[in-house]
Ligand binder design. Structure first.
Ligand code: FNR
Length: 338
């Protein structure tokens, strides 16, 4: 197995080891004001939405995780079939590995084969040669391409990238690719200045990937001989980084630490077009197989439709009008940053 494939398999194992379903995060310090008399009815159709011209049955999706190893081929096949069966969007893990190891392509295309018509996002790192990024999009017939920004993760990896000048190559990728580009963080969030830099450079779609769930500094640190655990605190909580994107009137997905349908509701209320879930769904798949993940997604859909009615809404696009309020520790950070 190549070093890159090995790393992919280690990430899967470590994501399981560090998974903590109950871990508190910024969503717990954010609240939505509930009408005591909502005068509404639960309607499963209320959670349907569309993105890039494709209809999905729910506003949440399976976030970018894996590809490029034998184990991840099986997982991507399973995720593709779940996304197709449940008609939700799916993002695949970074396909930059293909640049060096073309034979791994099938570990990604299996997902598209399972879900030929679904909303599918490809994913690359920001230094992927533009022509390779275009090839990856084409091979996967991707509806959009996520470019992930992961400076803290790279810093925590002994073999990680040490040159963080990425924007020029990202612009080249955009030139070479015809589908929309989504700039994504992997769990440390976006600050306002970087979002502005990206916006000024012409990028207009973001996946906020804030802190509060999977922490790649923690995962990479456990593969290290040195203790770099202090890096795991270098993120902006998902609620804060979403508020920044909302204030800048950007189009964005909310992700990072989404644990349940109430977190999804909060992500939508913060202005997310879609809400992404990575490790919570991965662990359900690992422990309870495809059927277990399908059941969980069906349950989330039911609960989200109930929550919409509880909050007096019948449409996921109307949630940003809900009154939000925050516990003081989070409010304090919001006041300092925004
Ligand atoms: C990831 N994530 C990720 N992100 C990305 O843009 N490209 C990638 O290849 C991967 N790979 C990956 C592997 C595994 C095993 C996990 C758990 C996650 C990050 C992921 O998309 C997401 O941003 C973070 O995991 C935060 O979301 P959760 O896990 O808190 O829901």
């Amino acid at each position: 197995m190549s070093k890159r494939s090995e790393r992919k398999e280690e990430h899967l194992a470590l994501a399981q080891m560090f998974f903590n379903k109950q871990k508190e995060n910024s969503f717990d310090q954010m609240h939505l004001l509930r009408p005591t008399l909502p005068e509404s009815k639960v309607d499963q159709a209320s959670i349907r939405t569309s993105f890039l011209g494709k209809e999905v049955s729910a506003p949440f999706f399976i976030e970018a995780m894996t590809g490029g190893s034998e184990k991840s081929k099986k997982i991507n096949r399973q995720l593709g079939s779940v996304a197709a069966k449940e008609n939700i969007a799916l993002a695949l893990g970074s396909a930059s590995i293909l640049v060096k190891e073309n034979e791994q392509l099938s570990s990604f295309t299996v997902a598209r084969e399972q879900d030929p018509d679904g909303l599918l996002f490809a994913n690359v790192n920001p230094l992927t040669p533009a022509s390779d990024a275009a090839k990856i999009v084409q091979e996967l017939q991707a509806d959009a391409l996520q470019i992930h920004l992961n400076v803290v993760q790279e810093a925590a990896m002994p073999e990680g990238e040490r040159d963080f000048c990425w924007l020029n190559n990202m612009l080249e990728i955009r030139q070479a690719v015809t589908v929309p580009i989504i700039i994504k963080e992997v769990g440390f969030g976006f600050d306002q200045a970087s979002l502005k830099k990206l916006k000024d450079a012409g990028f207009d779609l973001f996946d906020i990937g804030g802190m509060g769930g999977t922490n790649f500094a923690q995962i990479e640190n456990s593969r290290n001989q040195y203790n770099l655990s202090y890096l795991s605190s270098l993120g902006l909580p998902t609620v804060i980084t979403s508020l920044i994107a909302e204030k800048m009137q950007l189009d964005f997905f909310v992700s990072g630490g989404v644990r349940n349908p109430l977190d999804v509701l909060k992500g939508l209320a913060l202005g997310g077009k879609l809400v992404g879930i990575a490790n919570t769904f991965l662990q359900q798949l690992m422990q309870h197989d495809t059927e277990g993940l399908i059941e969980e997604i069906q349950e989330w859909k039911k609960e989200l439709a109930i929550l919409l009615a509880v909050f007096g809404k019948n449409d996921v696009n109307s949630l940003s009008s809900l009154k939000r309020y925050y516990d003081l520790p989070l409010k304090n950070q919001i006041d300092q940053i925004i």
